[in-house]
Ligand binder design. Structure first.
Ligand code: PEP
Ligand code: MN
Length: 344
């Protein structure tokens, strides 16, 4: 249930509602709504009838949460969630951009890439220090040294850091260095890792598994949310289909489909979705047009020398085009939505 309080509800009325929920054995959290505070009590309908709460002082309305995604569903929050990552608001009116190399390879490579990313006004740097690779013989990332370099890049270029946690063993270290913790596609159903991310104070970027349905993806988000972390961003990164002209197939329609079901922001990674540099910009444009809240893009100062994902890394000059074009599309989209009064 979502219990919407009156704008003028007193602290005492709020306490009374919380006590009623507690004595029925229901876990509840107080949230800030657009107009007033509200109380989210995901499993309350099992223990209490809505009118028991609706008749209490200070309560405006009780909305049942019929969705199985008790914390991720649109009806569990009074509006869309905006996740703030080092000052960047993801899920709000602006297009959020995070960019950088697939992996941290050296100070020289990271800084050279971070420099032109920052010059475009992009505020978030992505790069893995721990890399989940298909082959055990491929570059696995610099590990702790990579995290150290990311921290240095943050200080040097004033960028927020997006980096992946691949396992419980090194989660604490990643958590200390990251501003946004990425859970990779392969780990989307690593439930122990999801629960650990749910106990983190850091926001979480949850990639969609390469073969996951929208429902499975939202249940994965539910694992993080149900441990207490309310700052979850979904990220579509392409799924495995029979189409073999690209590394994966960008599921464009999942963006509005996810946004209809959940209040969480949805980003798109056009790099892993295509695996091909020449397809990244067109797919990024499509993602923005379809309503993505942001993009996660791979770019490298020398893609031909990249230790991972070189073929999909944008050249610096291409990256500038992507940023310009995607921002322009986003402005047009927002204007059209405002003037028509019709928005997704
Ligand atoms: C990455 O972002 O570099 C990555 C490994 O992504 P994914 O988990 O989507 O494959
Ligand atoms: Mn990559």
């Amino acid at each position: 249930m979502l219990i919407l309080m009156e704008a003028g509800a007193t602290a005492e009325q709020m306490r009374a509602v919380l006590e009623t929920l507690e004595s029925a054995g229901v876990r509840a959290v107080v949230q800030d709504g657009a107009e007033a505070l509200n109380i989210l009590a995901p499993h309350a309908s099992k223990a209490l009838k809505p009118d028991r709460l609706e008749t209490m002082g200070g309560v405006r309305k009780v909305v049942p949460i019929t969705s199985p995604f008790k914390l991720a569903s649109s009806d569990s929050a009074p509006g869309r969630t905006v996740v703030e990552v080092r000052g960047v608001k993801i899920g709000g009116p602006d297009l959020a951009l995070a960019a950088g190399p697939c992996g941290v390879e050296s100070r020289e490579q990271l800084f050279a890439t971070a420099r032109y990313v920052a010059e475009q006004g992009v505020k978030l740097l992505r790069a893995g220090a721990f890399k989940p690779r298909t082959s055990p013989y491929s570059f696995q990332g610099l590990g702790l040294e990579g995290l150290q370099l990311l921290e240095e890049a943050r200080a040097e270029f004033d960028l927020g850091i997006v980096t992946e946690a691949t396992e419980i063993e090194t989660f604490d270290e990643v958590e200390r260095s990251a501003d946004l913790i990425q859970i990779g596609a392969r780990n989307m159903q690593n439930f122990a890792l999801l629960k650990r991310a749910g106990r983190s104070e850091r926001p979480v970027l949850l990639k969609r598994g390469p073969a996951a349905t929208l429902e499975e993806w939202l249940y994965a988000a539910e694992y993080v949310l149900s441990e207490g972390n309310r700052n979850v961003i979904l990220c579509e990164r392409g799924i495995r289909t029979w189409s073999d002209h690209a590394r994966n197939t960008l599921d464009v329609s999942v963006v509005p489909a996810a946004k209809a079901l959940t209040h969480l922001p949805v980003m798109v990674d056009p790099s892993h979705a295509t695996g091909r540099r020449d397809l990244v910009i067109p797919c990024a444009r499509a993602a923005v047009a379809v309503g993505a809240d942001g993009l996660l893009v791979e770019t490298h100062c020398h893609p031909e020398k990249a230790l991972s994902d070189g073929p999909q890394a944008l050249l610096p000059s291409d990256f500038i085009h992507l940023v310009d074009q995607c921002r322009a599309i986003h402005v047009v989209l927002k204007k059209a939505e405002q003037s028509s009064g019709f928005a997704f």
